[in-house]
Ligand binder design. Structure first.
Ligand SMILES: Cc1ncc(COP(=O)(O)O)c(C=O)c1O
Length: 448
């Protein structure tokens, strides 16, 4: 049987859809039960960094499982967890080096939940009990659980759960192509960053604990990087109001944009960094919260006990996967490959830019996006109902290329883009196949 049927016992993402059965992975390719080969141009959801089907990872996980598969973190640490934490911290900005610590989770949403509680308790430790709100940006995504959703600005993903979500405040994103203030960089002097300052002045910053943002916005905006000067101004505003800065690098971290963490493109030193996805390249469910030294110190001087925990945090087998992925990245120098491979992908995509409905090709490293517009000169988006991003995805699939479509980049509802985030091992020939599939999709969705 090559596809899951409607009688599947799985609570699928869409109960009306048929899903092929993935049976094998090879490098940048996924092979289905019927033998069809898919080029994974999106790394699934910007997860797969070292490629599919690397046998060393499975071997390391099996070895760990045979030694000790599980030990509860209230009773034990394990060597692979200590090792992975040290390796992740060594990649992080220097304010994490001397006394920073890592809290491992089973994914990005748990990392966001952990950070929300970590910053709240940080202020309790410092006897600033009024601080609890976490401010975020419009058109952002920080995870699916209710806490993470409450700080996410992704309108569509929030909508069904709106009554259940506290509204702590969302400020403007940094998105020049559709600037919320109708300004132009650099004359704007990053007015979007000042929106945070204005918000904090107007809405009682004494109850705010932190600001969370994606230095490169992944799914919601389609690989939109902060402009120069933005992150420095944000950090300054956070300092001025005495709040912590959380960089959500669940998607952009672990090398995906050409630096270990995207924050490092601008020399940013956040107080907390979240990561996930690429940290185990999909071989195990894994996320992480990195706490800078001074955040840890507040706990050390206070109760020293974070009132939070998951049964599966720092799971030994996931830790083994993370370390094996790290080994692979280092041995094959894959971090160094991201920038040149990103340039190769961008060159391959350059031909798309002249299409009348391609508004922009953008991104950093191997986190890139293509936005589709109705009118290229006014940048007017298509109506949501036209479902352009999904149509592009379907048409690219005819050429066996997997992309990650999304809507809402303009105003939370309108604005179509696809995200491209292939494994770091993507070849020039595979980049050409991706561009060719998108050309085919454009021709199919917008016939002359
Ligand atoms: C920036 C960002 N934060 C958090 C998450 C949530 O991660 P997860 O799906 O692993 O829970 C995602 C997932 O796409 C993400 O892109």
């Amino acid at each position: 049987m090559s596809t899951a049927t409607q009688s599947s016992p799985l609570f699928s993402r869409n109960l009306r859809k048929q899903y092929p059965l993935a049976v094998r992975g090879e490098g940048s390719w996924i092979i289905a039960a019927d033998g069809r080969r898919y080029l994974d141009a999106s790394g699934q959801a910007a997860v797969v960094s070292i490629g599919h089907g690397v046998p060393e990872i499975g071997r390391a996980m099996a070895k760990q499982s045979n030694n000790i598969a599980f030990a509860h973190t209230s009773q034990f640490h394990t060597a692979p967890a200590e090792e992975l934490a040290a390796r992740v911290l060594a990649l992080a900005p220097k304010n994490f080096h001397d006394g920073g610590r890592v809290y491992f989770t089973s994914g990005g949403s748990e990392a966001t939940e952990t950070a929300i509680k970590l910053v709240r308790q940080y202020f309790l430790e410092r006897k600033q009990n009024s601080r609890y709100r976490v401010i975020s940006r419009k058109q952002s995504y920080h995870g699916s659980t209710l806490g993470a959703m409450s700080v996410s600005g992704n309108v569509a993903r929030r909508a069904p759960y709106a009554p259940m979500l506290p509204e702590w405040g969302h400020v403007a994103p940094c998105f020049c192509y559709h600037c919320p203030f109708d300004k132009t960089f650099p004359e704007c002097q990053v007015a979007c960053a000042d929106d945070l300052d204005a918000f904090l002045q107007a809405k009682d910053s004494s109850t705010v604990a932190a600001f969370i943002f994606e230095p490169v916005v992944g799914a919601t905006l389609g690989a939109v990087a902060a402009v120069d000067g933005y992150t420095a101004r944000i950090a300054e505003i956070c300092r001025k109001h005495g709040i912590l800065l959380i960089a959500d690098e669940v998607m952009s971290g672990m090398g995906r944009t050409g630096r270990p963490f995207a924050s490092q493109h601008w020399g940013l030193q956040p107080d907390i960094i979240l990561t996930g996805k690429g940290i185990a390249s999909g071989y195990a469910p894994l996320g992480a919260v990195l706490a800078a030294s001074h955040v840890v110190e507040a706990y050390e001087k206070g109760t020293a006990a974070f009132m939070h925990g998951f049964t599966y945090q720092a799971h030994p087998v996931s830790m083994a996967a993370g370390n094996a992925v790290f080994d692979y990245l280092e041995t094959h120098k894959l971090f160094d490959r991201v920038t040149p491979a990103g340039e190769t992908l961008r060159k391959a995509l350059a031909a798309l830019e002249s299409h009348p409905h391609v508004g922009q090709v953008r991104g950093l490293g191997l986190l890139q996006g293509v936005e589709f517009v109705k009118n290229k000169s006014t940048r007017e988006p298509f109506p949501k109902e036209a479902g352009i991003a999904e149509k592009i995805r379907e048409a690219a699939l005819e050429k066996n290329v997997l992309t990650y479509p999304s809507q809402g980049c303009v105003d939370g509802s309108r604005g179509d883009h696809v995200l491209l985030a292939p494994p770091f091992i993507i070849t020039a020939e595979e980049c050409r196949l991706i561009a060719e599939a998108l050309q085919h999709a454009l021709a199919k969705v917008f016939p002359a």
